[in-house]
Write a protein of this length. Structure first.
Length: 235
């Protein structure tokens, strides 16, 4: 029963829409079809944009070229993305969706089976790093633009926040006495998310020279376990 509760909490924090939708009355088929078509158009625009970014560069790609490649009118683009830069922000949303899917499958089972909440947190971050690895060139572009354009910064949109998920795991760690019960889980989550973005930027700047999943695991260990050595005997 405890495992099921934790699993549901984790899925809720990464896939809130999917979980809560099950509690609402069923929507008419016409509504579902319309929503599905909108999602398909957005994905089509995203795929066309990404293909052009890779082919000719982000700065050289015009919105008109994206809509032409996607087979839609120019105005349709702005129904889904306020600016060309917002396509990059959507990359973050997609990775959070992937993380949610991972939590509902193999990675989620591994998390719930972990007796250590800290180990479970490292598993989650490693799953996220694996997802980022698949699109690392686009991730680097998004990070580069986010450092220059304020509304693309992580705190601006709040669409790629890890804090809710981390808070759940920190509370679980407190229940299992891995972390001091007086520690504020939300403060720890804020610190860890800040360190995550720091390492993500370094990973991109250093041309992916290190394994991001392993580095994030080290960050968790240093933050939650500590960096101090064994007590030194006094003379």
């Amino acid at each position: 029963m405890y495992t099921n509760i934790i699993n549901n909490e984790l899925i809720a924090s990464t896939r809130p829409v999917a979980l809560h939708a099950a509690r609402r009355p069923a929507m008419p088929k016409t509504y579902n079809k319309r929503a599905s078509n909108k999602e398909l158009r957005k994905e089509n625009l995203y795929s066309a944009a990404v293909a052009l970014f890779r082919q000719q560069g982000f700065d050289q790609t015009r919105v008109e070229e994206i809509t032409q490649a996607a087979g839609v009118a120019k105005g349709t683009f702005f129904n889904y993305f306020p600016t060309k830069e917002d396509v990059l922000l959507y990359i973050s949303e997609r990775h959070m969706t992937r993380l949610g899917a991972a939590m509902g499958n193999g990675a989620g089972q591994q998390v719930t089976q972990e007796r250590s909440a800290i180990a479970a947190l490292k598993t989650v971050l490693h799953a996220l790093a694996d997802s980022l690895e698949e699109d690392k060139d686009l991730v680097r572009l998004a990070v580069d633009k986010a450092m220059k354009i304020s509304h693309l910064a992580p705190a601006a949109g709040g669409r790629f926040s890890l804090q809710g998920l981390v808070v759940l795991l920190i509370r679980r760690a407190q229940r299992t006495s891995e972390i001091h019960p007086a520690i504020d889980p939300e403060l720890v989550a804020q610190m860890l998310e800040g360190l995550y973005y720091q390492q993500l930027v370094i990973w991109c700047q250093e041309d992916f020279a290190f394994d991001l999943g392993e580095r994030l695991g080290q960050v968790v260990d240093m933050l939650l376990i500590g960096i101090g050595g064994p007590p030194v005997g006094r003379n």
